[in-house]
Structures are given as C-alpha cells and as structure tokens.
Design a protein around this ligand. Structure first.
Ligand code: SF4
Ligand code: SF4
Length: 203
C-alpha cells in the first residue's frame, strides 16, 4: 500500500488559485483505505471547493488511480470530465502521474505521497519497505531494516534502543528488537549471523 496523506486544504486552494471547472478523481485502492481519496473524502473535497466558489463539474473514483487504462475509461464513468479545465487527483503520486498522462488539462495533487507501508488489524503501518530493488527481507524474518530502521542497519542494532523503543523515533519499536524476537521464535537466529558487505549495505 502506498501511504499518502491529505495536503492541508489551504495548500489545495492555493494550488487551484485562478483555476476552475474542476473534476475530482479519487482512488478506491490505497487512498480510500487511508481515508484520503475514497467517496466520503471526494464528496467532502467537492463541497469545500464549492464553498470556496469553485465550479465542480464532476467526480469519479476509479478502482485504482494508478492503473486507469485510458481517458475513455474515465469518460465511461462520468462524461462530465469532458467539461473539466482542471483535474484534482486525490491519490498518491503514481495516480497523479497516470491521470496526468491521459488528460490534456492541468492536473493537481491533493495528497502527499510518503512511503510504502501497509494496513493490518485496523492499524496503518507507514514504513515497511524502502523499495531498494533487491529484496533481502527473508534474512530478517519479514521485518525489513532498510524500511523500518531509521539508520537502515543490516548488521544488527545500533544499541541505542530504550526499553525496546527506537532512539531515533521513540514512538516506534526498535526494528532490530522485532527482528531478533521474530527470528528467535522461528528458530532462525542463524540467518542473523550473515555479515552484510559495504556493497550490500549501500544498495
Ligand atoms: S529488502 Fe527491504 S527495502 Fe528492499 S525490497 Fe525488500 S522489503 Fe523492500
Ligand atoms: S534503535 Fe533500533 S530501529 Fe532505531 S536506529 Fe537503532 S537499531 Fe535502528
């Protein structure tokens, strides 16, 4: 799941200064699950923009803004997009990029894209993977130190954790304590004996 958050409304209004006839595109995948691009948020955005004097020509919520096939597929869902002079996309940067690529009018983002995370048992986990392109997560029990340790340490903890909390971000559990506990439970502490090289560390 791509983690994105809503820009302050004042920033959205500033982006849309001197723009009108706005069509809003949401996203029924990550952004909807995070409550920053689903139907309630799209309708709320339309209302707030109208309250600011903007003309909203319509809105649509594709199943995933990052995989909209064509302009015609948006027209099929709402022909009002043909009247748009401006498009506001309530999705991550991938969604904004895809929509920008298939329309001819200016496209603006309402969200800030933050990280690759996930959601489990009702909890959003903002940083799970740093998208390094060479996945080694198996060696760490499914807890990636590149994504979850602020120092990206692959050869063990920095030693600064206090009562299991990270010294860089005390709100978070130390990733290396989680890794050790998980590997101990799995009976695979042997995997942690591998020493990662400078080349591997820099990937
Ligand atoms: S090693 Fe970590 S950062 Fe790299 S792809 Fe795997 S989970 Fe993502
Ligand atoms: S306390 Fe743990 S998670 Fe935080 S930087 Fe050190 S090793 Fe990484």
């Amino acid at each position: 799941m791509i983690i994105s958050s809503a820009k302050p409304f004042e920033e959205v209004i500033e982006l849309l200064k001197d723009k009108d006839d706005i069509f809003v595109v949401g996203c029924n995948a990550c952004a909807a699950k995070l409550h920053v691009g689903g139907e309630p948020e799209v309708l709320e955005m339309c209302k707030r923009l109208e309250d600011e004097g903007k003309n909203i020509v319509g809105w649509v919520i594709p199943s995933a803004a990052c995989s909209v096939a064509s302009f015609d597929s948006l027209v099929e869902k709402n022909t009002a997009i043909n009247d748009a002079k401006t498009i506001l996309v309530m999705a991550c940067g991938s969604g904004v990029s895809i929509i920008s690529g298939i329309v001819d009018v200016p496209v603006y983002p309402s969200n800030n894209t933050e990280s690759l995370g996930g959601r489990s048992q009702g909890e959003v986990i903002p940083e799970l993977c740093a998208m390094c392109g060479d996945c080694k997560i198996y060696y760490f029990g499914g807890i990636c130190p590149k994504g979850q340790c602020p120092k990206r340490l692959l050869n063990g903890p920095c030693g600064g954790a206090v009562e299991g909390k990270c010294e860089v971000d005390p709100e978070k559990d130390c990733a290396w304590e989680l890794i050790f506990n998980k590997m101990e439970k799995k009976g695979r502490l042997d995997l942690l004996e591998k020493v990662w090289t400078v080349e591997e560390l820099s990937e």
